[in-house]
Design a binder for this molecule. Structure first.
Ligand code: FES
Length: 572
């Protein structure tokens, strides 16, 4: 029997029986159908570990999923429980239109509902590509069942004419050279086949890798697993061990709410700063924390940024790739360097405190990749939150990936009113644009466009060909974690809901000050208000998920989660 003496909670396949008004019939029927899968009665009586799996013919980053599911299942079986893989939505970053971001919340809802609706005692979440890990953690946080994350792991690098290549910082670097005319069509075609050469997620500290590090820093995945390359045998060992850990979770009953706390979220922000991680991770971490009612104000975010050095030297900001980070000592080595700044009493999915983890003997560390605390890549964190009259509710700037000479700058606005306008005019030889100008993209925020990674506006071709490598660019969009430049993102409120970004006109002056953490339109407030008075929101989709999205998506400072999914907690 899977129920102890009629008093304990049902477990395994007896959880959440379908209600036909006859509980014994429901149990008999479920077990009868389960038998059709060829599972013995002995195994059907065991506790059940669900495995949220996300393979897809449209998700190259999850190509190794079948092997990972097999390895997790092996661990679950070896520890005495029944593994039950189940599919959810999968989001392959470059295959989704208008943007994968629009579907993160759909995947989070799918994950939450399937965890709750199906009979399982704990769940293993296998994700990897950018939006999948945050979606799984958001869903698991809301579902409330014991859960553990394992990631597919990063790609290994390829080679091109003696140079290592990894998606997708090198994709952008080569494309910029192609646009500037220094790489020809033949070479760019060669490069295309050498950027993404193995299974796994992007090879640099982009969004997927940042989220893998954050999942480990939160305590939601096993220690030392974030950076293991996708094709390394240790990745399968980690998956097997994750399966065993999921069975231990059934005993300890540790839920995501006990692991994801204000303190562990702050630890995760420290890690985000120290790895100089993706700007997208801020939106995702905000959404994950928000599910549990945890809010981190932008002032606290900036305090953490100003106190936390960048210690990891990886692309897109530095030199190395994720495979180097793993070989250099990975998250364990990084957390040891950050120890004086971390909340050490946080517990992970194994119930171990961070103190216990960091008290273990340290391994060898490659100091060219993971710097010592007193010898950082940069003395301050990679990301800062901005305010100002252009971003009353906030914006984000990745200072580690920007040009320091542009940190204090003022320029003339060159405005694109949307994505279509941008693609139509950016390379127009008659575009009135000069190197010191500020490129402005409006109407690319969550309501207007689902917040695509369009914030990395290309340098206009005529300037790129003249040797211009960077310009200040501002928008309500996001930017790929693998991109770089002096780019202000996530401006809130977005232009489409009447934010001041929509009031910018060609020729206005815009001032950026990283010292003061501000982005300002040098136009008087009365004129800004006059321009915004005519604002008309874009037409809303009438049906389906897109209509739900438009009605309920929040702005970036609330994680772009749906308003009805955010947990109760203190106000932002
Ligand atoms: Fe999947 Fe980059 S495209 S991680």
């Amino acid at each position: 029997m899977s129920e102890d003496a009629g008093t304990a909670e049902p477990h395994g396949l007896d959880r959440g029986l379908t209600n036909y008004g006859d509980r014994d019939f429901a149990r008999y029927l479920r077990r009868s159908f389960a038998r059709s899968m060829g599972i013995s009665r002995t195994l059907l009586d065991k506790p059940v570990v669900g495995i949220a799996m996300t393979p897809s013919g449209f998700n190259n980053c999850h190509r190794s999923m079948p092997e990972l599911v097999e390895a997790v299942s092996r661990g679950v079986l070896a520890a005495g429980a029944l593994p039950r893989p189940f599919p959810t939505v999968s989001l392959g970053e470059v295959f989704l239109n208008p943007t994968s971001m629009m579907y993160r919340n759909l995947m989070a809802m799918d994950t939450e509902e399937m965890i709750q609706a199906q009979p399982m005692d704990a769940v293993v979440l296998i994700g990897g590509c950018d939006k999948t890990v945050p979606a799984q953690l958001m869903g698991a946080a809301s579902a409330g069942l014991p859960a553990i994350q394992v990631v597919t792991g990063p790609m290994s690098t390829g080679r091109h004419r003696g140079q290592r290549l990894g998606a997708c910082t090198d994709c952008r670097g080569f494309w910029a050279k192609y646009r500037a005319g220094t790489v020809d069509a033949e070479e760019i075609a060669e490069v295309e086949g050498r950027l993404s050469v193995t299974a796994g997620t992007c090879a640099v500290m982009g969004t997927a890798s940042t989220m893998a590090c954050i999942a480990e820093a939160l305590g939601m995945s096993l220690p030392g697993t974030a950076a293991i390359p996708a094709v390394h045998s240790d990745r399968l060992v980690a998956a097997e061990e994750t399966g065993r850990a999921a069975v231990r979770l059934i005993q300890t009953k540790i839920t995501p709410a006990e692991v994801i706390t204000r303190e562990s979220v702050e630890n995760a922000i420290r890690v985000l700063m120290a790895v100089s991680g993706s700007t997208n991770a801020i939106v995702h971490l905000t959404a994950i924390a928000g599910r549990l009612g945890i809010r981190i104000p932008s002032e606290r975010f900036n305090e953490i940024s100003d106190e936390t050095p960048v210690l990891v030297d990886l692309k897109p900001v530095g030199e190395g790739y994720m495979e180097d980070f793993h070989a250099a000592g990975g998250m364990g080595a990084l957390l040891r360097e950050l120890r004086p700044l971390l909340h050490l009493g946080t517990v992970d999915v194994e119930g171990r405190t961070l103190t216990e983890r960091l008290d273990e003997p340290p391994g060898w560390v490659d100091r060219s990749v993971i710097r010592a605390f007193h010898n950082p890549v940069s003395p301050v964190g990679g990301l800062v939150a901005l305010s100002g009259n252009l971003a009353p509710d906030g914006a984000i700037f990745k200072r580690a990936a920007a040009t320091p000479e542009l940190f204090e700058s003022e320029g003339r606005a060159v405005v694109f009113t949307g994505l279509e306008d941008l693609s139509r005019r950016i390379d127009d030889p008659d575009l009135d644009v000069a190197p010191g100008d500020v490129l402005v993209l409006q109407n690319a925020g969550p309501h207007a466009a689902g917040m695509p990674e369009a914030g990395y506006l290309p340098i206009p071709k005529k300037l790129a060909r003249a040797g211009v490598k960077d310009m200040v660019r501002i928008s309500d969009a996001r930017m790929s974690g693998t991109a770089f430049g002096s780019i202000v993102l996530h401006i809130a409120p977005e232009a489409a809901i009447g934010g001041p970004l929509g009031a910018v006109r060609d020729g206005d002056r815009i001032r950026l000050s990283i010292r003061d953490k501000r982005i300002d339109l040098q136009v008087d407030e009365a004129e800004i208000a006059r321009r915004l008075a005519d604002h008309e929101p874009p037409p809303a989709p009438k049906r389906g998920y897109k209509a739900l999205y438009r009605r309920t998506v929040t702005q970036a400072p609330d994680g772009c989660d749906f308003d009805f999914l955010i947990g109760e907690g203190e106000p932002r």
